[in-house]
Design a binder for this molecule. Structure first.
Ligand code: FES
Length: 128
């Protein structure tokens, strides 16, 4: 599907109860870069964390690009796709939804995403 397509399929988000169980602090808000990503190592997994200061929101997805086969997504550019935010891989430019990890161009390559939030000055994700 093209990134410019108006057709959008949304993935069901996890429940509030599921989210509440596994919140863990991964870094401080000052570790983040405005309107860009950083990479965090959480239990030996590379997770790309994106920070939008405009509404103090954070997003957490795999750092691994399954199409380029490299840990690079934290270095991708953030873009808007309708009401959703996506990151464009720095390798082959596929777009991954920041909220769901869905690959908009090749759905068989969708990646994991985790609920993420800012609590005070702490950045937390809910990861298994
Ligand atoms: S689920 Fe539609 S772009 Fe994220």
């Amino acid at each position: 599907m093209s990134v410019n397509s108006t057709q959008t399929t949304h993935i069901t988000p996890v429940t509030q109860q599921e989210i509440a169980q596994n919140w863990q602090t991964i870094c401080h808000i000052s570790d983040l870069v405005a309107n860009a990503g950083i990479c965090a190592l959480v239990r030996d997994q590379q997770i790309a964390i994106f920070y939008l200061p405009e509404d103090n929101s954070v997003f957490a997805i795999d750092n691994y690009d399954p199409i380029g086969k490299a840990n690079v997504l934290s270095r991708g550019l953030i873009a808007a796709h309708g009401d959703e935010l996506v990151v464009a891989s720095p390798l082959y430019k596929q777009h991954f939804c920041l909220r769901t990890g869905r690959c908009l161009t090749e759905e068989q390559h969708s990646i994991r995403s985790w609920p993420a939030r800012v609590t005070g000055t702490k950045v937390e994700i809910s990861a298994p």
